[in-house]
Each structure stands twice: as C-alpha cells, then as structure tokens.
Write a protein that binds this ligand. Structure first.
Ligand SMILES: [Zn+2]
Length: 255
C-alpha cells in the first residue's frame, strides 16, 4: 500500500513522517542522499501535492537514533546517544540533551563522508572515490557495500552474507577481512567518542546484524580514542529495521 492509499483509506491520520537517506537542505531540496536521484528534488513538495496532511522527512540515521534513544538500545542513556547505520551507506544520528542535532546545514551526523581515519593503502586497499566526490570516505569502507567492495578488490566478488559464510567456515581471507572491517569501524566510532562522547553508540543497518562485529569493535575502540580507557558501549539496535519507521513517526512530535 502506498502512502497516498493509506491516507485516503484512513482519514484520521494527522501527520506523516518519512525516514529517508540524506536530508532536506535549507533550500527545501534533498541533499546528501545515496539514492542520488533524490538530490536536488523537492521531495516533500512533490508528496504534499498528493496528500493534504502535514509531511515531515527525517534522515534515516536520525530516525534510528530517536527510536533507539526513546525506548530501544539507548533507553537507559540520560541525555545522549549516537546511532550509526552501517548498511548500503553509512550515516549517524546524534541525540544530545534529549534532542536531535540536525545542524545549521542539515549535515549533523554525516560522518560517513568524513575521510576514514588513518587511511593507509597498504592496509585499507586502493584509494576510493566516493559518489560524493571525496576520496576515501568512511562510508566506502564501513558500510555493507564497502565491506563487500573491499573484499572483492582483494579476493573475489562476494556479498556480505557470502563473506560471513566463508568466515564461519574458517576461511582465513574472510577472518582477516572482518578483522580489518572492525578496525575501520573502530576508527570511525573513535572519532565520535572524541567529538561527542555519547553514553551509548547504537549500530543499525545490515552489518549491525553481524554479531561478531561487537566484541571486535569494542576491543579495538580504545586504540582510537584520546583517553585509552573509554567505557562507551557499542550495541545493536533493539528495533532493527523497524527503527526507521518508528523514528519517522516520532520525528514530527519529538524535537
Ligand atoms: Zn562521500
């Protein structure tokens, strides 16, 4: 059922929240979406032409952060959490003092397009140009897409599931690759700890379902933080894929 059909069949809907990659920039147009066809489009305006109900769009990582902070993996946090999506892309949502940090340019949490910390071609593989135009964006390595891309570059084409199947058979290439991936993710999350120092870091997206990631990242995280004895917990989202729609629903009411 489409959103338009849902609204026409349920006349008591007061507002609609949509979780989406990228964000609505200050000019009202989409920006920073890895579904790049959206960028530069008046997405809300186009939907609003069809639906006579207020529509809000929130970044999918912001939705994850809200959902998990409100009653998920970060519900015990008193005022801060960062949620990081490691799926087809990589983005983060930041909650501080019980509110989302969307930012002046609507770029809050876009750490996926910071350079991968300590990038070293001897360790991380060939330099890679991101669709955003920058080189060696963290997303190019720590997203699920990046996990598969860098494996293919070194070995053979395989998706994330196939790599993990090799891992469970004890394939040394896959074991080493997951270790490298967790090191790259720990570098990326270490930058969050140094900058925001949230009470909890919640992971969502396809790679967050790889349980082997958590002990490895937790073990490596302190190597990349200013103070070496950090106790920040990196945890799996509770609401999983539902966090996107839950957060989108909250985004119209929870600022
Ligand atoms: Zn990028």
């Amino acid at each position: 059922m489409s959103v338009i059909e849902a609204v026409s069949q349920h006349g008591d809907i007061e507002s609609i929240g949509i979780g989406c990659c990228g964000s609505v920039g200050n000019d009202g147009l989409m920006q920073g979406a890895n579904v790049t066809v959206l960028n530069g489009q008046d997405f809300i305006g186009d939907i609003q032409k069809q639906i006579d109900v207020p529509v809000a769009i929130a970044n999918d990582a912001d939705c994850l952060a809200l959902s998990e902070y409100k009653d998920g993996a970060a519900k015990h946090a008193t005022n801060s959490c960062v949620a990081v999506i490691i799926g087809t892309g990589c983005g983060a949502g930041v909650v501080i003092n019980n509110g989302l940090v969307t930012g002046l340019n609507k770029l809050g949490g876009e750490l996926g397009h910071n350079p991968l910390p300590n990038f070293n071609p001897d360790v991380d593989g060939k330099p890679h140009e991101c669709y955003c135009g920058s080189m060696n964006c963290a997303e190019s390595f720590v997203s699920g897409t990046g996990f598969a891309r860098t494996f293919a570059e070194k070995h053979e084409p395989a998706d994330s599931r196939e790599i993990m199947a090799l891992y469970h058979k004890g394939d040394a290439r896959a074991v080493d690759h997951l270790d490298l991936y967790c090191d790259q993710l720990a570098r990326t999350l270490g930058a969050i700890v140094n900058f925001v120092d949230p009470e909890v870091i919640v992971l969502g997206g396809g790679m967050s379902n790889v349980d082997e990631v958590y002990p490895l990242v937790q073990q490596k995280l302190s190597q990349y933080t200013f103070t070496k004895a950090v106790t920040t917990q990196v945890v799996k989202s509770v609401h999983g894929d539902s966090s996107g729609v839950r957060g989108a629903a909250f985004c119209t009411h929870f600022k």
